[in-house]
Write a protein that binds this ligand. Structure first.
Ligand code: GRF
Length: 203
């Protein structure tokens, strides 16, 4: 299973995925890590692991469409089965999403459909939810929607701050995303007629 990972910053989810693929000898290959800015810290880490790491800088393109076309071309060169968004902070055009239909996956730091968009931990605390977490889902043109593959939950504590909550959710992300990558690599994820995700062989 060929994978390309897209990042925008530190890339700790990408690192968790790379480490899991290697440590558990998953039938997967991280073919490339691509960032939308050259200074994304995760690029250097990926390069040091011997993974092709490159940037397609959104600032170099006059429009979202032009950037997405360049990004799609860079990804296509690696012929991935799946493209994993891991802290990739650009909204993608419908054309890009269509191009990778069924192959584009994202992790979002909330229990979707609650709290799409930014500042999810702050939103969770402001709303007073008792459970918060993260969601791995197929990407559709609507931001932070799309068929849900897996979720992980943490209990919100009365003394939580956005930072403390973010830390616990991030630890969960680092387990959840690699789990999903394993299911994808083993060919166990499919969509049913209702566009709901089925994961085969999970007890
Ligand atoms: C993660 O919380 C991800 O869910 C969110 O941004 C953060 C990225 O962290 N969208 P990292 O770059 O994977 O360390």
């Amino acid at each position: 299973c060929r994978l390309v990972v897209l990042i925008s910053g530190r890339g700790s989810n990408m690192q968790a995925i790379v480490n899991t693929v290697r440590d558990h000898a998953l039938p997967a290959e991280i073919c490339a890590v691509i960032a939308n800015k050259a200074e994304a810290a995760g690029l250097e880490w990926a390069g040091a692991q011997g993974i092709a790491s490159l940037s397609v800088a959104h600032r170099d393109y006059p429009s979202r469409e032009a950037f997405d076309a360049a990004l799609a071309a860079a990804i296509d060169a690696f012929e991935p089965d799946y493209v994993l968004l891991a802290g990739f902070m650009r909204v993608l055009t419908p054309g890009f999403v269509e191009h990778f239909n069924g192959r584009l996956i994202n992790i979002h730091p909330s229990l979707l459909p609650a709290f799409p968009g930014m500042h999810t931990h702050q939103q969770a605390l402001a709303t007073g939810v008792q459970w918060h977490g993260c969601t791995v889902h197929f990407v559709t043109p609507v931001l932070d929607h799309g068929p849900i593959i897996a979720q992980g939950a943490v209990a919100v504590q009365s003394d939580d701050t956005p930072d403390s909550l973010a830390r616990r959710v991030l630890q969960l992300e680092h387990r959840l995303y690699p789990d999903v990558v394993r299911w994808l690599a083993e060919g166990r994820v499919s969509l049913d007629a209702m566009q709901r995700v089925q994961v085969h062989g999970v007890a």
